[in-house]
Design a protein around this ligand. Structure first.
Ligand code: SF4
Length: 232
């Protein structure tokens, strides 16, 4: 992934340098920076008029983000689905609801502790996977979001997000749960909740149980970074 700082510098959206945060049982905000919300609002306004790729033709609206822009945790998915396209927020369909539940079970509040976005901001026709060209066209928006939110921990939700952000391809079943450090941030790939909906078992070793463990590891990493839990 090209450095977020370069993306921010090349955009007309003003950039903020920052680190901020929150979490369930208190993972405290470290250094709020005035202007971050304004910058993200400017990004959303510009993004809403974007015509950089063919996905602009079929969208109802551009789906930019939901959650807390001061969270130290960012979750990046693939693309908006029908409900996200209708409501203008990412991860609000069945998959998003399941993800919220799994985060809550790990002690993370979706509204307070996390910022959600996608690799592409417009819904692909029939919910198909975004093409490499569409991911590349939308990447500058994602890079700006990362540069403005400055998350310490980034959860890559599914294989497409892993490809969109870190240009890594491979079976998510092998890559999930493996921490990747890049440019001062900790990245963790996890299964996409749409996959978990199709594989509902909660048994030991199931995809859902592994995802629960991954999100517990995310919370522990956040606590460690906040100095509220000793590092392993
Ligand atoms: S998907 Fe991204 S690049 Fe394509 S039109 Fe939407 S906002 Fe622009």
């Amino acid at each position: 992934m090209p450095p977020p700082s370069r993306a921010a510098a090349s955009s007309s959206v003003p950039s903020s340098a920052a680190s901020g945060a929150a979490s369930s049982a208190p993972i405290e905000s470290s250094s709020p920076v005035l202007g971050r919300e304004a910058d993200l609002e400017a990004l959303a306004r510009q993004c809403s008029a974007c015509q950089r790729c063919p996905l602009a033709q079929g969208r109802q609206q551009v789906v930019v983000s939901r959650g807390n822009p001061r969270a130290r945790l960012m979750l990046i998915g693939e693309a908006p689905g029908a409900r996200e396209d209708a409501l203008g927020q990412p991860f609000v369909g069945r998959s998003g609801q399941l993800l919220d539940q799994l985060l809550a079970a790990a002690g993370l509040d979706s509204n307070r502790d996390a910022y959600f976005c996608n690799g592409v901001k417009c819904r692909p026709p029939a919910n198909r996977k975004p093409t490499a060209l569409e991911l590349a066209a939308c990447r500058p928006w994602l890079q700006l979001q990362i540069a403005l939110v400055q998350p310490q921990v980034v959860v890559l939700v599914g294989a497409t997000a892993l490809q969109a952000v870190l240009a890594l391809k491979g079976p998510i079943s092998q890559l999930r749960g493996q921490w990747l450090d890049f440019e001062g941030r900790a990245f963790l790939p996890i299964f996409h909740p749409a996959y978990l909906l199709r594989n509902g078992s909660n048994q030991l070793g199931s995809a859902r149980e592994l995802t629960r463990q991954d999100l517990v590891a995310v919370r522990e990493r956040l606590l460690q970074l906040a100095g509220q839990l000793p590092a392993n």
